[in-house]
Design a protein around this ligand. Structure first.
Ligand code: SF4
Ligand code: SF4
Length: 448
């Protein structure tokens, strides 16, 4: 039970935490709502009578009362799950590391420039095919299986990608399943043939680019130390155009050297990319480019600026999207999803070139997080159960956090790399997430 209120982008907004109802209200309701549950009507009138006429106060209180009676304000919290999440241990999605090698040398790469703290290695056909079999065997009664071709850089092992798409199409028929393929690429090796294959076979494409040329080239140099922007942007444009401008994301990363990242989003738009995302770098805070507490204030202001720029662009181009500002205020049917988040370690796994299974790509190479392998199955069931039981009811700070049903408990990898423990959220990440949610809600309020 509880509310969260904020003023942003010229709107007074009250969020009813448990029901997820969002109310765009007049200032008087915004002011009074905090006292509604704790004071009598006459006490509230007494408190606010210098600011508002008595009649208006009474009307505002009536409105709040109606919202409460309708279950849209001060609603009771419900427990959507606890023990019963994914009892059958169904795997719905996987990140397939077809190449632990890369042709860029990005400074912040969690994959340690492509080799994930191990040998540079390409997945072979036997492992790739076995990985697809493993996913079918573990998909239970689910028909759709999501598979992301990932790296390092998956285009460095593109022949395997093609073979696995063909293999997937063959076995999905035999088992009445359907693979939904995605590829995540840095674009350097894109050619016309590859673009055509990707556009014909991938349900979604994630294209890595950091925004402005100087920012991108500084963080994402080639192995020879040259900038990558001029190599990849024309290729991305071609891919997106041939794809009909749909089902893709341009995905950037910001570090402390581009805390003005709203400018990078503008660059995406100016280059003609409409489906966009920019994420804060995930790294050890000792790294020179890391996001630290001292950067937080500027970042929160920047998200607000970004929300204003975003609304301006969307006035002329409704198709322009920024991933973190897309919010479903009706929250869709999946209450469990809202409680458990990404599903890493249980519904979602990463598979390495050797066939080892980890909770997600961010944990690959951390031996203690190895769940098992595709030949012998998930052996570390204790670890899987730990991931399964890590949710908004069990993570530190989440049970009382106003943002829990939108954030779903944050990223386990962020938690682990900042606090050494998946159950303790990354605090700076929480503050950024809350600001993004406020921005997203205020955008919907303005576009309503
Ligand atoms: S913002 Fe942080 S505390 Fe709140 S739900 Fe997300 S991870 Fe948990
Ligand atoms: S743990 Fe973090 S990085 Fe891994 S899948 Fe979940 S949200 Fe993504």
């Amino acid at each position: 039970m509880g509310i969260h209120k904020f003023y942003l982008n010229d709107k007074y907004i009250i969020l009813d935490i448990a029901s997820g109802s969002v109310h765009v209200v007049d200032k008087i309701i915004y002011d009074l709502v905090d006292d509604f549950e704790n004071m009598t009507k006459s006490e509230i009138i007494e408190k606010y009578k210098k600011e508002y006429e008595e009649e208006l106060i009474a009307e505002a209180l009536d409105e709040i009362k109606i919202l409460k009676e309708e279950g849209l304000l001060f609603s009771e919290d419900q427990t959507f799950l606890k023990e019963h999440y994914n009892e059958a241990n169904i795997i719905k999605a996987a990140c397939l590391h077809v190449a632990h090698d890369c042709n860029l040398s990005c400074n912040y790469c969690f994959a340690s420039q492509g080799n994930f703290k191990g040998q540079r290695e390409l997945m072979n056909e036997e492992v790739g095919k076995r990985a697809l079999d493993f996913l079918i065997e573990n998909s239970g009664n689910r028909r759709n299986i999501e598979l992301d071709f990932f790296g390092g850089e998956p285009l460095m092992n593109f022949d395997l990608v093609k073979k696995l798409v063909a293999y997937g199409r063959k076995i999905e028929k035999e088992h009445n399943k359907h693979f939904r393929f995605t590829i995540t690429t840095n674009g350097v090796l894109l050619s016309d043939d590859k673009i055509d294959f990707i556009n014909e076979n991938m349900d979604n494409v994630v294209l890595s680019l950091d925004g402005r040329k100087d920012i991108n080239d500084c963080m994402r140099p080639t192995v020879n130390g040259k900038g990558s922007y001029d190599i990849i942007v024309p290729k991305f444009k071609k891919l997106v155009e041939k794809r009909g401008d749909k089902d893709y994301y341009i995905r950037g990363t910001f570090t402390n050297s581009n805390l003005d990242f709203s400018e990078d989003l503008k660059t995406f738009y100016e280059e003609g990319f409409e489906k966009t995302s920019i994420e804060p770098v995930v790294t050890d805070e000792k790294e020179p480019y890391a996001i630290r507490e001292e950067h937080l204030e500027k970042i929160l202001q920047e998200y607000e600026k970004l929300s204003k720029d975003y609304m301006k662009i969307r006035k002329v181009d409704k198709d322009f999207l920024f991933f973190h500002f897309m919010i479903d205020l009706n929250q869709g049917p999946c209450a469990v999803k809202r409680s458990v988040g990404c599903g890493a370690g249980s519904e979602y796994v990463a598979i390495t070139p050797e066939g080892d299974v980890y909770p997600c790509h961010q944990f690959v190479g951390e031996e203690e997080f190895k769940l098992g392998d595709i030949f012998n199955g998930i052996k570390n069931t204790e670890l899987r159960d730990e991931f399964k039981s890590t949710n908004i009811y069990t993570k530190k700070s989440c049970p009382t956090c106003w943002a829990r049903y939108y954030c779903s408990g944050g990223c386990h990898a962020n938690a682990f790399y900042s606090n050494g423990n998946i159950k303790e959220p990354f605090e700076i990440g929480c503050k950024m997430e809350k600001k993004r949610i406020e921005c997203a809600i205020s955008i919907v309020a303005n576009e309503m």
